[in-house]
Ligand binder design. Structure first.
Ligand code: ZN
Length: 309
């Protein structure tokens, strides 16, 4: 699979590329075409550029092309919420190191020796990259956020797979047990291209959830202890404590999952926030002030919303 440079070679492996042509061939057959000089015949990696006869975007034929890997890495970094490490930096890093990758996966860049990272990127960018790597390893991410970040074509945030599978463990198991193709058939993702892409990204998916971002948040409610002082106003509407708690608890993510289970508490060790729209002499207000966790009702709901994927 690794290092496929010709369309004819990939067409022998999968019917997913049956309606593709090399750019070179299209130029010869369909003269004149306006992109004749704009799109090269070959990728810089040496792979043929290919596209369908309906002129979909040209792409390198090699599923593991280093230029594609660099692009996918930048997509991944951006979608996981990191800044200041864009495509050019990804390109520098991937092109300088991909010969040493143990597996055909852009994620292997996170295993590159730190000395090499500093040598290739310079101090500031290397520190940023190492920080990204460490954050990935220590932060629990939701499956529905991390899986689309892999940039697998046709497996974006709205793909059917994410409706059905809720945890990384499930997909890793389906890949490892060889049951993934049957599973795709069952959920109606029957086209050969789906199977092909999951085959190409099999190692990447497994590496992400076993090594590079191993902590996953299971879908379900997040328990949060809060205290509410006095009357609160949300979006200009005055509410009782019960109404406010109900409004917060009914926040849902894009999958319609309830995100928070709020519990009232006065315990300093448990409290995450004290909600107060105005100062008061109450014990709860004093605790909030002491722990520096005072927020208004509107601020609190914004925090809750911002933490929904
Ligand atoms: Zn290429």
């Amino acid at each position: 699979m690794f290092n496929i440079k010709r369309l004819s070679d990939i067409q022998k492996k999968t019917s997913a590329y049956n309606n593709f042509f090399t750019v070179k061939e299209l130029k010869e057959r369909l003269i004149p075409i306006e992109f004749k000089d704009e799109i090269p015949d070959y990728c810089k990696c040496g792979g043929e550029y290919i596209m369908t006869s309906s002129f979909t975007e040209a792409q390198c034929v090699d599923p593991y092309c280093p230029y594609k890997m660099a692009y996918t890495l930048s997509h991944f970094i951006r979608h996981m919420g990191f800044k200041d490490f864009g495509e050019e930096k990804c390109k520098t890093l991937v092109l300088a190191t991909y010969d040493s990758f143990q597996y055909p996966s852009f994620l292997c860049v996170f295993s590159v020796d730190e000395n090499i990272i500093f040598a290739k990127l310079g101090q500031a960018d290397a520190n940023n990259f190492i920080n990204i790597r460490n954050t990935l390893a220590s932060t629990p991410y939701r499956f529905n956020k991390s899986f689309p970040a892999l940039g697998i074509p046709d497996f974006g945030a709205n793909c059917k797979l994410l409706d059905v599978i809720k945890t990384p463990k499930e997909i890793v198991h389906l890949l490892a047990s060889g049951k993934i193709n049957d599973f795709l058939d069952q959920i109606g993702m029957r086209a050969p291209i789906y199977k092909f892409y999951l085959d190409v990204f099999d190692i990447t998916i497994t590496l992400l959830y076993s090594t590079y971002a191993p902590l996953a948040i299971k879908p379900g409610k997040k328990e949060l202890y809060i205290a509410i002082t006095g009357n609160v106003t949300l979006n200009g509407i005055s509410m009782t404590r019960t109404e406010f708690l109900h409004a917060c608890s009914s926040l849902k993510n894009s999958d319609g999952e309830q995100m928070y289970e709020l519990k009232e508490s006065k315990s300093k060790s448990k409290l995450s926030y004290v909600i107060a729209d105005a100062p008061s002499a109450s014990e709860k207000y004093e605790i909030g002030k002491e722990l520096n966790i005072l927020v208004t009702a509107d601020e609190f709901v914004k925090i809750l919303k911002d933490n929904i994927d």
